[in-house]
Design a protein around this ligand. Structure first.
Ligand code: SF4
Length: 495
C-alpha cells in the first residue's frame, strides 16, 4: 500500500507560472514551479514557444508525473528541447479529472485556426459538466477528463477573429474558480475569475514579464513583483508590452459584486513568504494565531511555563503568533520545537492495518521528548480534515509524557466540501461532521485535554485587514458564493 502523506491535509489546487520575453524562459519556469511545488505534487509540465528555422512558431512540451525535480531531472532538456523566449508551466494536484490519467497533466496544448494555444489552470470550474455535455453533443472530442480542457475548446470554437476576444468570450461562459495562464504564438495571457478565489500575481524580470500563482515564485528568480491580476481581469503580455512597459488589461463584463478570496490560502495553502490578496501571508497567519490566543488561551499553573509547539511546517507562523499573544496576555509561555518533521518521505509504502497506519505519522513526525516531558503543551495546527492523523499525532506526543496537551486550531471546523479547487474528502468523511461539530466530543476522540477552534467570526476577524467581506469560507459555513452542484463527483469521465 502506498501512502501519500501529503494528503493528510486538504490537498490543493495547482500552481501556475508563465513567462514572456526571456532567453531562459524554460529554466526560469522550472525554478518558478520549484517554488510553487507546495501547490501540487502529483505531476508537472512546461511548454515553451520557439520560432522554427522557417520562421514558424513552434511549441515544445515536457510533462510527467512526480515532483519538479523528478520530471525535469535531465538538465539538457532546457538547452535541447524546451527552447524559446516564452513558457508556461503547471504543478498539478488533481481536483477534477482522474489523478491516474497522464493525459490530465497540464499545461494542455492545441493547435487551432489561429495557431498554437496552451493553458495552465488553478481552480475548479463549477459549470464544467454542463459545458462539456453541450460541447460533446455538438461534436467535440475530449482528450482529457480535466475541467481545464473545456476552456481550450471554448476558445478554439469561437468564431471571433481576435484571440483576446476569443479568450474573453470563452471565460465569460465558465463559472467557478480559475487563475489561468495561457500562451499563444504571440502572447502570454493571465486571467482570473471575478470572485478572485485563487491568487495570480505579475512580476518583471530583466525586461521579461512573469505571471504566477504566488510571489514566492518571483523571489527564487529575484524578479520584481508588480501587482496582482485583479479579479475579473485579463492581462496580456506581447512584444509591444516588452517595448512600452505597459501591460495590456481587459475586464470581464460579468463581474461578481464582491471578492471571494479563498480564506484557506491564508490559513494553510499559500507559502508564508508569499504576498497574495493584498497582504503578506505571514502577517495573516500570525494574526490567525493572535486571535486564536486571545479567544482560546491556555493558562499556566503557578510558575510553570506553557510550551507552545506547532505542527510543522504549515502551522509554524501561526504558533509564533499564538505564543507572542499569549505572552502579551501575561501567560508564562515559550515557543518550542517539539515536533520534528521529516522532509524526505515522498511516497512511502506501508502495510494496511491500524498498527501500520501509525507508522504513517511516525515516518513523518517525531517528538523532542526533552521539550515535552512533564510540560503543559499547546499544539497549534491550522485545520483538521479527517481527524485520523491528528489523533495519531496526539498519541505520539503522549508518548513523550507531557503533563497535558491542548490542541488549538487556527480555522473553524471544516464541515463542507470545496467546489473551487481544494480537495476535501466527502462531507461524511469530514471529522467535524462525524461529531456534529461537538468540540468537546471531538477533543475526547483525539485524546487531548482541551480542543478549541476559531469560530467563523474570529477567523474572519483575523483576516479583516484584507476585508472581512472579501472571503470565501464556504467549507466552514456551507455559504457558497456561487451556484454549485452539491452532487458533483470527481472523476465522472474516465479516459
Ligand atoms: S470552500 Fe473553502 S477551500 Fe474552497 S475556496 Fe472557499 S474557503 Fe477556500
Amino acid at each position: 500500500m502506498q501512502l501519500n502523506l501529503q494528503r493528510e491535509k486538504p490537498t490543493c489546487n495547482c500552481g501556475v507560472f508563465g513567462i514572456y520575453g526571456s532567453a531562459n524562459a524554460s529554466l526560469e519556469t522550472y525554478y518558478g514551479l520549484h517554488a510553487l511545488q507546495h501547490r501540487g505534487q502529483e505531476a508537472c509540465g512546461i511548454i515553451t514557444k520557439n520560432i522554427s528555422s522557417k520562421g514558424n512558431p513552434h511549441f515544445s512540451v515536457h510533462k510527467g508525473e512526480g515532483l519538479v525535480t523528478e520530471v525535469f531531472d535531465d538538465h539538457t532538456i532546457f538547452q535541447n528541447k524546451l527552447i524559446g523566449n516564452a513558457a508556461i508551466g503547471h504543478n498539478r494536484y488533481s481536483t477534477t479529472g482522474s489523478a491516474q490519467s497522464s493525459k490530465n497533466i497540464q499545461p494542455f496544448i492545441v493547435n487551432y485556426r489561429l495557431g498554437n494555444l496552451a493553458v495552465a489552470h488553478n481552480g475548479n470550474l463549477t459549470n464544467e459538466k454542463l459545458i462539456r455535455e453541450e460541447l460533446v453533443n455538438e461534436g467535440s472530442i475530449f482528450q482529457t477528463t480535466s475541467d481545464t480542457e473545456v476552456i481550450l475548446h471554448l476558445i478554439a470554437r469561437s468564431r471571433l477573429n481576435d484571440q483576446i476576444e476569443q479568450v474573453k468570450e470563452a471565460i465569460e461562459k465558465i463559472e467557478g474558480a480559475f487563475s489561468l495562464v495561457l500562451m499563444t504564438d504571440t502572447k502570454l495571457i493571465g486571467a482570473r475569475d471575478s470572485h478572485g478565489f485563487r491568487p495570480l500575481v505579475i512580476a518583471k524580470l530583466n525586461g521579461a514579464y512573469i505571471i504566477a500563482s504566488e510571489t514566492c515564485a518571483f523571489d527564487i528568480l529575484s524578479a520584481e513583483f508588480i501587482r496582482e491580476v485583479q479579479p475579473g481581469e485579463i492581462v496580456v503580455i506581447d512584444d509591444e508590452v516588452l517595448k512600452t512597459g505597459i501591460i495590456k488589461s481587459y475586464h470581464l463584463s460579468q463581474k461578481s459584486e464582491k471578492k471571494h478570496h479563498c480564506i484557506f490560502e491564508y490559513i494553510y495553502f499559500s507559502r508564508p513568504d508569499s504576498f497574495i490578496f493584498g497582504h503578506n501571508v505571514d502577517k495573516m497567519r500570525r494574526r490567525l494565531g493572535k486571535v486564536l490566543a486571545i479567544n482560546h488561551p491556555v493558562h499556566n499553573e503557578g510558575d510553570e511555563k506553557v510550551i507552545v509547539i506547532s505542527v510543522p511546517d504549515s502551522s509554524n507562523t501561526t504558533a509564533l503568533g499564538y505564543q507572542t499573544q499569549l505572552e502579551k496576555l501575561g501567560v508564562n509561555c515559550k515557543l518550542e520545537i517539539g515536533l520534528i518533521r521529516s522532509h524526505y518521505i515522498g511516497r512511502t509504502f506501508i502495510q494496511p492495518g491500524q498498527a501500520n497506519r501509525e507508522i504513517g505519522v511516525k515516518i513523518k513526525f517525531n517528538t523532542v521528548k526533552g521539550v515535552l516531558e512533564g510540560r503543559t503543551v499547546v499544539l497549534v495546527d491550522d485545520s483538521i480534515v479527517r481527524g485520523t492523523t491528528s489523533k495519531q499525532l496526539v498519541k505520539l506526543i503522549r508518548e513523550a509524557n507531557p503533563k497535558s496537551i491542548h490542541l488549538r486550531i487556527s480555522s473553524s471546523p471544516i464541515t463542507h466540501p470545496c467546489f473551487y479547487g481544494m480537495d476535501f474528502p466527502s462531507k461524511e468523511e469530514l471529522f467535524a461532521n462525524n461529531f456534529n461539530s461537538n468540540i468537546e466530543e471531538m477533543g475526547k476522540y483525539l485524546g487531548v485535554d482541551s480542543l478549541e477552534y476559531l469560530t467563523n467570526d474570529e477567523m474572519l476577524e483575523a483576516v479583516s485587514e484584507a476585508g472581512k467581506d472579501n472571503f470565501c469560507y464556504a467549507c466552514f459555513s456551507g455559504k457558497y458564493p456561487t451556484k454549485v452542484d452539491l452532487n458533483f463527483k470527481k472523476e465522472i469521465y474516465e479516459i
